[in-house]
Design a protein around this ligand. Structure first.
Ligand SMILES: [Zn+2]
Length: 383
């Protein structure tokens, strides 16, 4: 990450770059990363590694990685903020994400894209979830918000929450040779020697200041929910995974008071859907995904503003969602499309309206009742 940007970008990049607190109000970021192992990596070496990663990535769908990918409710819209596409209007988050890559060369971008296409953090979290003593955010600054909101969600919704694990997603995984090796070897079935060599090269390349030694938000700009599965060799629990990158991005643009709560409430909405079997619908393709995503948005708004949920001010949720939903306006034909900005805001408005109009503010609707009301409202939300 560039440290010599003019104006506000300096402040923002310092938040992530560690070592120097930009002002007294920001928590110390000391100890986030070390520069000890940095080696010189030339642009030619970086480009060659990008090409190698792309050529070695299996595409036949038979890998463990492909099987898992088909089951996960990834909130792809988040990564849409950092992956350059033809439809990328300027928004505070996209501008921030672009500023974090201001010192990347074309080869750096190729490498980061090639590495992300292996979904290393997502697959590592699914196959080898590490939630003991978890911290959230680069310096753990979101740990309290995330863990308390998760506990509150478990009490609020009427599903059995006991098996749901809350797992962080941290880019430092990319600088761990053993974890990179097992990703290539186990998740992608690449031969032993190739996996070892790739892991070594990736670790060396990521271990540079411009990639924040793995902590660059480009690698962990995501959050997702998983329903749990048993596959040969693995018993994968139900889980919600929260990436540091997305938390840092919204913190940098001024939303640290609601970011973790809002994203987690949406992901937990997917867990309610898994538990209640709410994925069944006559809709198909992008319309089916849009339905479950908008429903998760409504679940989130209901919890966030309910007196027995997070009891947050609706105005503040709206402000956050205005910015958050700007990430999802591209790719209408994408099977992962979450709904337009307007549709998502309508889904949130509707969730809040159920709170506001309830005769008994202390009553929490059963999740299936809430989902039934949503189903009736859906045509109006997407109209
Ligand atoms: Zn979602």
């Amino acid at each position: 990450m560039k440290k010599s940007l003019a104006g506000s970008a300096i402040l923002l990049s310092l938040v992530l770059a560690g070592g120097l607190a930009a002002n007294a109000a920001q928590a110390s970021t000391a100890g986030v990363q070390t520069a000890a192992a940095t080696q010189t990596v030339t642009p030619e070496q970086t480009a060659a590694l990008a090409a190698k990663l792309n050529s070695l990535r299996p595409t036949d769908g038979s890998t463990l990685a492909a099987q898992l990918n088909a089951q996960v409710a990834i909130d792809d819209d988040l990564s849409a903020a950092v992956v350059p596409t033809a439809c990328n209007p300027s928004t505070p988050v996209r501008d921030w994400a672009a500023a974090q890559r201001a010192d990347w060369t074309a080869a750096d971008q190729q490498f980061a894209d090639a590495l992300n296409s292996f979904q290393p953090l997502l697959l590592d979290a699914l196959l080898w979830p590490q939630d003991a003593g978890s911290t959230f955010g680069l310096t753990g600054e979101f740990t309290t918000d995330v863990t308390h909101t998760f506990r509150d969600l478990g009490r609020f919704w009427d599903i059995d929450a006991t098996g749901i694990r809350l797992v962080p997603m941290k880019g430092t995984m990319l600088t761990d040779p053993a974890r990179m090796y097992r990703l290539f070897h186990v998740a992608y079935g690449l031969p032993d020697a190739i996996s070892t060599a790739l892991a070594t090269e990736v670790v060396t390349t990521v271990n540079q200041p411009k990639f924040d030694y793995g902590n660059h938000p480009f690698f962990s700009f995501n959050a997702f929910a998983y329903p749990g599965a048993v596959i040969p060799g693995f018993v994968i629990p139900k889980m919600i995974v929260m990436g540091d990158g997305v938390l840092e991005a919204f913190k940098a643009i001024g939303y640290s008071d609601v970011t973790a709560q809002a994203i987690l409430a949406h992901e937990y909405g997917h867990q309610v859907q898994f538990a209640d079997n709410l994925f069944t619908t006559a809709l198909t393709g992008p319309e089916a995904t849009r339905r479950t995503e908008l429903m998760a948005d409504s679940f989130a708004a209901y919890f966030l503003t309910h007196a027995r949920g997070d009891a947050l001010q609706y105005k503040r949720i709206q402000q956050f969602d205005q910015v958050f939903f700007q990430l999802g306006d591209c790719g209408f034909t994408n099977p992962g499309h979450h709904g337009t900005h307007t549709q998502r805001l309508r889904a949130v408005d509707w969730g809040y309206s159920i709170v506001r109009s309830a005769p008994d503010q202390g009553h929490i609707l059963p999740s299936r009742t809430f989902a039934g009301l949503f189903e009736t409202q859906l045509p109006i939300i997407v109209a």
